[in-house]
Design a protein. Structure first.
Length: 174
């Protein structure tokens, strides 16, 4: 019973602090060929939720407000996204991410088991303290966020955002 209460308390604390207005974190953004390893097939409706760069305008401006759709991951810890990027590069060098499926987009979207962000997170999560919140698996609701900056790794780009609003669908009366 004590563990259940502690778990519930921790979950409430994490949910309220990370997604409270003003909470900050990193979201992967597909950059359409600006980097060697990042490329995505936008014709596939399965990836419609992915945050992308506007080909005409480029990256969203700093201090602009963007909407991040559900199913994107929200990373709180900078070191985690840095480790994810480094592990991806290692997987490519080891040949575990073949040329067809070797893009950072496929990696972030878990296209193959051998070359997926989930498998990397499973391996490196033990390096962090058990009670440290590093990321949220997938957003359940869209969020409005203010762009604070960008972190570009060799493999891909993450946008650093401040949560302005969680957009929950209102139930309509029939």
């Amino acid at each position: 019973m004590k563990q259940i209460m502690m778990g519930a308390f921790l979950l409430c604390t994490l949910a309220s602090s990370a997604f409270a207005i003003g909470g900050a974190g990193y979201v992967w953004i597909s950059t359409i060929g600006s980097l060697t390893y990042d490329d995505i097939n936008y014709g596939n409706s399965r990836v419609a939720h992915v945050l992308t760069v506007d080909p005409k305008k480029g990256l969203p401006n700093i201090n602009s407000i963007i909407v991040i759709e559900p199913r994107n991951r929200f990373f709180i810890d900078f070191n985690l996204i840095q480790n994810i990027s480094n592990e991806f590069i290692s997987l490519v060098k080891e040949g575990k991410c073949d040329k067809m499926k070797g893009t950072f987009s496929n990696f972030m979207l878990n296209e193959t088991k051998e070359c997926s962000v989930d498998s990397v997170i499973e391996q490196i999560i033990d390096q962090y303290p058990k009670d440290e919140v590093l990321y949220f698996d997938e957003l359940k609701y869209p969020i409005k966020a203010k762009v604070l900056g960008y972190v570009e790794f060799r493999a891909g780009v993450f946008v650093f955002v401040q949560v302005m609003e969680v957009i929950k669908e209102e139930k309509k009366d029939k």
